[in-house]
Design a protein around this ligand. Structure first.
Ligand code: BTN
Length: 323
């Protein structure tokens, strides 16, 4: 008999002490098999405390994702729109997995979450640091008629949805940075990566990938290459957060061909982290400095340069405060 790290965490996740013997009994394996798996936890940046005579525990516990809890936490209108929800353990990337499922005729309205990503992807070829069991990595697939133009502004609208979900759970100071960063106290809390497949002028599918830092382990924090934040001080359940995001996101995606970005634009601008500030826009060809003046109806960033307004669309474009 073998035991997986996940099975072990299902027991140790309660944060209480368990002896090696009790763990072996609970999981019907030898103590040697338990030790083998326990030794893997440090590679996953999971703290394990070992006290002679008491056993092992994960200080503070560790909550695993549960499809049942997430679906139970969905608002009814969102629940009705969800076709399938899959919780993966360790995967390269939930966006990549969603794409593979599409090739296997995976369904529109399917959500994929993972405990850990070994190849989490960010915008512009960046890596999304994705440690085990601590954050939210979510991809949702939606199908649209009418091609890519009906999806203009969608990544910004998704930012608004994530902001709404996190704010409703009691977290203050969430702002948005063009094109699709979610910030807390000005530092990166989450990112959004939209990927399209299908016919750019007909039936297309969008994979909406969201990564949100909930409780970044200190051992991995130094590998994040920008100022970041998480929600550790709020002690929120990852399942509750995932359900809250899906509750905002599913109705948004379902209505987007009808609504477009318009109903989200004002809210996005209200929480624009850089509005009125001098910023620098970098594209593969140029770098432009100007004053951020909000976003257009199609989600393009509006920049005032020498008294003239210039518009920039997502893709390989990044924004940063000007030096
Ligand atoms: C960014 O800010 O650069 C976007 C980050 C997006 C990360 C999420 S995590 C879930 C999904 N799977 C991925 O590989 N990336 C997205």
């Amino acid at each position: 008999m073998t035991v997986t790290v996940r099975q072990l965490l299902e027991v140790l996740g309660d944060g209480n002490f368990h002896s090696g013997e009790a763990l072996g009994k609970a999981l019907s394996v030898s103590r040697t098999a338990i030790w083998k798996q326990l030794s893997k936890l440090s590679d996953l940046h999971i703290d394990l405390e070992s006290v002679r005579g008491r056993g092992y525990r994960i200080p503070g516990g560790l909550e695993l994702l549960s499809p049942e809890e997430i679906t139970a936490g969905l608002k009814p209108d969102a629940g009705a729109l969800l076709t399938a929800l899959q919780v993966l353990d360790t995967i390269d990337s939930t966006n990549a997995y969603a794409r593979r499922q599409l090739e296997l005729d995976g369904a529109h309205g399917s959500a994929y979450l993972a405990e850990c990503q070994t190849g989490g992807r960010g915008r512009m070829g960046r890596t999304w640091v994705s440690p085990y069991g601590r954050n939210v990595y979510l991809s949702l697939v939606w199908e649209y008629e009418g091609g890519a133009t009906v999806l203009e502004g969608l990544s910004l609208a998704v930012g608004v949805a994530v902001r709404r979900a996190v704010t409703a759970l009691g977290v203050a100071d969430i702002t948005l940075k063009w094109p699709n960063d979610v910030l807390r106290d000005g530092r990166k809390l989450g990112g959004i990566l939209l990927e399209m497949t299908g016919d750019p002028v007909g039936t297309c599918r969008v994979i909406v990938g969201i990564g949100l830092n909930i409780n970044v382990p200190s051992g991995i924090a130094k590998t994040i290459d920008q100022p970041w934040h998480d929600l550790a001080d709020h002690g929120l359940s990852r399942n509750t957060i995932a359900a809250a995001i899906l509750s905002e996101l599913l109705p948004l995606l379902s209505d987007y061909t009808r609504t477009g970005f318009t109903p989200y634009r004002e809210e996005w601008q209200g929480y624009d982290a850089h509005r009125g500030e001098t910023v620098q826009i970098r594209t593969p060809r140029q770098s432009v400095t100007g004053v951020a003046r909000g976003v257009a109806e199609n989600g393009a960033l509006c920049l005032e340069v020498d008294g003239q307004l210039q518009y920039f669309s997502g893709g390989e474009v990044s924004l940063r405060p000007a030096d």
